[in-house]
Design a protein around this ligand. Structure first.
Ligand code: ATP
Ligand code: INS
Length: 350
C-alpha cells in the first residue's frame, strides 16, 4: 500500500521566494473542567491546539498558533493567544458519569458552557506554511477561516470536530451534524487529511471522503485506520493504562503531523500519532513527554527514514517500526502517579 501525503495544494502561481514556515495551528485554547459524581475532579488547559502544540514543541517541530481566549484565561502557554478582553475563554465541562449517548459510543458527555470569539481569516498570518491544522473545539473555525488556511498552507489537516459540532442553546451539550450539512463540505476537496474519531466518523461518508483526501479514523485502544482512494489499512496501537481520554485525538493528530513533517509515510506517521495518543490517555490534562522517550523516538524516526530510502520493501511494513518504537514508549512510565478518572472509558493494562 502506498499511502503518501497528498500532493501539494499550493497553486502554481504562488511566489515562493521566502521559505515556508513549518506548521500553522488554528483553534482556540479552552478551560477543561472534568466532572465525576457531581464533583470537579480536575480543571486543566484544553483545546486541541494546546495538546497539538505540546506534541510539536516537544518534538522540536516549529509551529505558529492562532487561538483566541478571554480576559479570564488562566494558563501560561508557549504560544500566546489573542486575548479578547470583553469575552470569556471557551469552557468545556466533561461529564464522565452521565452515561453514554444514544449511539452508545461516547466515553464522556461534553458541554460547551462558554465560547470565545471565532478565528477570522484576518487573524491568520499571510505567510506560507508547509502544514496547516484546523483544530477548533467550540465552533471557532468558520468556512472562510478554513478557506484562508487551504490558500496559505501546502497541506491542511482538519479535525472533523472543528466542523461538525453544534451546541445546545440551553446547556451547551455538544451535538454532531452530518459533514455534508456542516457548511464546510465545498472546501474539503482542498484539504490533505481529515481526522475523525470512530464516533465522529458516523457523521461522514468515509467512502466519499477518502476520494477527496486521506481520512484517518482513530479508535481508542484499537489504534487507527487510514483510508485514501482505494487503499486502506489499520495502524496498530500502543498499550496504555487509560486515566483520561481527553486530548488523545489531538495528540494523535500532533504525532501524525510530526511524522509527516519528518518525511515519514502516512502509515508510519500515523504510528507516531498512536504513540502520542497512547501517552496522552495516561495523564489528566497536558502530558509532559519524557525527554529520553522523545530522543529515542527521534532516533527511531531517523533510522526508519534511512531504512525506507535504502529498501522499498520496508516502506509499508510498519510492524517493524511499531516494535522499535514500543520500548521507547515504555521508557516513560509515570501513569501510576495519576488518579484513575474514568468509569466509561476503556482501560487497557500492559
Ligand atoms: N486506551 C488507549 N490505549 C492506547 N492508545 C489509545 C487509547 N486511547 C486512545 N489511544 C490512542 O490515541 C488515539 C486517539 O484516541 P481516540 O480515538 O480516543 O481519539 P478521540 O476520541 O478523538 O480523543 P479525544 O476526543 O478524547 O481527544 C487512538 O487512535 C490511539 O492511537
Ligand atoms: O480540551 C479538549 C480537547 O481538545 C478535545 O479534543 C475536545 O474534544 C474537547 O472539546 C476539549 O475540551
Amino acid at each position: 500500500m502506498t499511502l503518501n501525503p497528498p500532493p501539494s495544494q499550493q497553486t502554481p502561481h504562488s511566489p515562493r521566494r521566502i521559505p515556508n514556515r513549518r506548521v500553522l495551528i488554528v483553534g482556540n485554547y479552552c478551560h477543561d473542567v472534568l466532572i465525576q459524581n457531581g464533583s470537579i475532579v480536575a480543571e486543566t488547559l484544553g483545546g486541541a491546539a494546546s495538546f497539538i502544540s505540546n506534541v510539536l514543541d516537544s518534538s522540536s517541530v516549529s509551529c505558529e498558533l492562532v487561538s483566541k481566549v478571554g480576559h479570564d484565561f488562566r494558563y501560561e502557554v508557549t504560544h500566546s493567544p489573542i486575548v479578547v478582553p470583553e469575552k470569556e475563554t471557551t469552557v468545556f465541562e466533561a461529564y464522565f458519569d452521565l452515561g453514554i449517548d444514544g449511539i452508545g459510543h461516547a466515553d464522556r458527555v461534553l458541554k460547551r458552557v462558554s465560547a470565545c470569539d471565532p478565528i477570522l481569516p484576518s487573524d491568520i498570518p499571510d505567510s506560507r506554511f508547509d502544514f496547516g491544522m484546523a483544530v477548533g473545539v467550540g465552533g471557532e473555525i468558520l468556512p472562510e477561516t478554513l478557506e484562508k488556511m487551504v490558500e496559505i498552507c501546502d497541506v491542511v489537516a482538519v479535525d472533523i470536530q472543528a466542523l461538525i459540532r453544534d451546541f445546545d442553546p440551553v446547556d451547551g451539550a455538544v451535538k454532531l451534524v452530518d459533514l455534508k450539512e456542516s457548511g464546510f463540505f465545498h472546501i474539503l476537496h482542498r484539504i490533505g487529511f481529515l481526522k475523525a474519531s470512530s464516533d465522529e466518523a458516523l457523521f461522514m461518508d468515509v467512502e466519499q471522503m477518502k476520494q477527496l483526501c486521506c481520512v484517518v479514523v482513530t479508535n481508542g485502544e484499537k489504534g487507527c485506520r487510514i483510508y485514501h482512494k482505494d487503499d486502506e489499512m489499520t495502524v496498530p496501537p500502543f498499550l496504555a493504562k487509560q486515566v483520561d481520554p481527553t486530548g488523545a485525538g489531538d495528540s494523535f493528530l500532533g504525532g501524525l503531523v510530526v511524522g509527516l513533517v519528518e518525511g515519514l509515510s502516512v502509515p508510519d506517521a500515523a504510528l507516531l500519532g498512536n504513540l502520542f495518543g497512547s501517552i496522552t490517555v495516561e495523564h489528566i490534562g497536558q502530558p509532559k513527554f519524557d525527554l529520553m522517550m522523545l530522543q529515542r523516538v527521534k532516533d527511531e524516526v531517523q533510522k526508519r527514514k534511512k531504512q525506507c530510502n535504502l529498501s522499498s520493501s520496508h516502506k509499508n511494513d510498519h510492524n517493524e517500526f511499531h516494535e522499535r518504537l514500543s520500548p521507547a514508549r515504555f521508557s516513560c512510565v509515570d501513569s501510576q502517579l495519576q488518579p484513575k478518572l474514568l468509569v466509561n472509558g476503556h482501560s487497557c493494562d500492559r
